[in-house]
Design a protein. Structure first.
Length: 185
């Protein structure tokens, strides 16, 4: 997959590889993914973030792109989503999980899987990427072995390993439903 000059997987690459087009998307964490999905992939996007300042910036960026009607910005906590089950075709978390407290990470995964109809995409920094980007920050790296095991409790996982980031995808609609521990279908 194509990576940008910093070594991060390009958001458009993720949307292209997993064919996220013409979908209703929940984008967790304010950033450029919502704009790319709405503008280039004809998606209707709900973008949530726990930071009101980040949402203000993201909304301003969307207005500059003329995407006001295609992206909704909401203040919210991904560990306690207010949406009904299966509300979104696709739920995407791009580099968000390491911002979530260790004690709330499983709840985060439960919530994103609960509100997704077709697919969940979790993109997270690997150990090298975390050290390179957050070496002096106050975040805790995600144990990617734990993440993959936790996601497998919900569904089969497609994993892509990049230079600085890994992508974990659960595609619910491509397979026959299988009941897994912790998941009600």
């Amino acid at each position: 997959m194509k990576e940008n000059s910093e070594g991060l997987i390009e958001r458009a690459e993720i949307l292209t590889r997993w064919d996220v087009r013409n979908k209703h998307v929940l984008d967790i964490g304010a950033g450029p993914l919502a704009i790319i999905a709405a503008r280039d992939f004809n998606c209707v996007v709900t973008n949530i973030d726990i930071s009101e300042d980040a949402l203000i910036t993201a909304k301003r960026d969307a207005e500059k792109e003329g995407l006001v009607g295609r992206i909704t910005f909401e203040h919210g906590d991904a560990t306690a989503l207010s949406y009904p089950d299966r509300s979104f075709d696709v739920v995407i978390s791009y580099g968000v999980l390491h911002h979530v407290a260790l004690s709330r990470r499983m709840k985060f995964l439960q919530e994103v899987c609960r509100v997704a109809k077709e697919m969940v995409i979790v993109v997270e920094l690997n150990a090298y990427g975390f050290r390179k980007i957050h070496e002096f920050d106050d975040f805790t790296a995600v144990d990617l072995n734990w993440l993959e095991r936790a996601l497998k409790a919900f569904w089969d996982v497609d994993t892509y390993i990049g230079t600085l980031m890994n992508v974990y995808t659960l595609s619910f609609y491509k397979k026959e439903p299988v009941l897994r521990k912790g998941r009600t279908l």
